[in-house]
Design a protein around this ligand. Sequence first.
Ligand code: NAD
Length: 431
Amino acid sequence: MSTGTAHASKALQDELNPFLSMAKGFDTAADLLGLDGGIRDVLRMPDREMTVNVPVQMDDGRVKVFTGYRVQHNTLRGPAKGGIRFDREVNIDEVRALAAWMTWKCSVVNVPFGGGKGGVICDPREMSRSELERLTRAYTVAIMDILGPDRDVPAPDMNTNEQTMAWIMDTYSMHARRTTTAVVTGKPLNIGGSKGRREATGRGVMICSNEALKMAGLRPEDTRVVVQGAGNVGGLGALLMYREGYRIVSISDMYGFVYNPKGLDVPAVMAHLGSKKRLEGYAEADYQAAQPGPSPQLELDCELLVPAATENQITSLNAERIKARVIIEGANGPTTGVASDILDGRGIICVPDILANAGGVTVSYFEWVQDRMGYFWTEEIVNSRLEQIMVQSFSAVRATAERYGVSLRTGAYILSIDRVASVYRMRGISS
Ligand code: NAD
């Protein structure tokens, strides 16, 4: 390998490191805020990182050890809050970055939580339901000492769901000797879940799209949308946007994407996905299977692009070729720091993840409040309070960005870091 190539691949490796990406956004905002060295260090570093190795008995009798993490980035504004992901690609840098993003996200929407995140290295597709249950319970027991409604409140993330949250709630409650619903959010409705939680992240994505369209001078009915990811965020977001009048021209899952320039019948696409478990084979659209490297789906003709699958999808390798005028980051960290600069330079409006997908944590906050009150709200109340918070937060981010003459991403970081830093200054250091 030539030195040039070695440099290029090291630069790309750094670009794709989610913690460095988060730190780049943080440092830009911290410089503009004139944050001094001490506070900067406190807010940049995670408060606590836990690594656990948990033995699980598999269905064939073998014992397998799984490595898991829980990172609490910051708890100045309240208990740590953040999802748990089960995936082969889970690593500590990723969990660290996601935990920090949660601190900034909770602060952007001004809910009284800090940031946390967890993950277990495993391939859930190759595990049975009972193996997943045993893994979830073993991981919960291993991190139990740092969990709790006032300490750290997990939620679902990639490859975890309402059932996973029910197992965590039950395991925690059995050890605590009392039913403690507020220890996790994203639970099933009949055990303390909130109405509207399942669609909340997608709904937040749609609300941000509506607001961003006003900035771009577009209307939903004139807006062609490409959605990457057909899960909780992308799939439900696409459905809500379709009902709002947007023209969804493409949607993908990890195996490939469907495309119809005239617009997809999203309920039919989702029904196909629900029954066949893949988008492939949906008759009313072209299908292209996934290839290694940047996805051509992201470069399709459209006004609005919603990356809602996973991180590092828009990078220096494809940012120049993106055609959308507006990007709404449904996933966490879908755009690298380098790509973000390229998109800014091209005048593309990018609503950053810490705002765009904050609908989920906002309704998680509602769920936690309802669990602690023991009093549950109607779906209309949940949705209208969510809308109010998302619209207010969007407007606060936009105003901050305009005041500093920066992108929405940097505006969101400035707003959220400033809020956490001001709490830090007021509380001082306890010793
Ligand atoms: P999910 O597991 O429900 O869905 C993920 C979807 O993306 C699936 O359709 C999967 O097939 C697809 N996918 C995965 N890798 C892909 C790839 N490389 N190309 C195209 N499609 C791919 O997960 P989710 O809950 O929808 O989460 C998606 C993203 O949103 C993650 O970054 C997550 O951290 C973030 N997020 C989720 C929530 C939430 O409430 N679920 C809240 C905030 C942020």
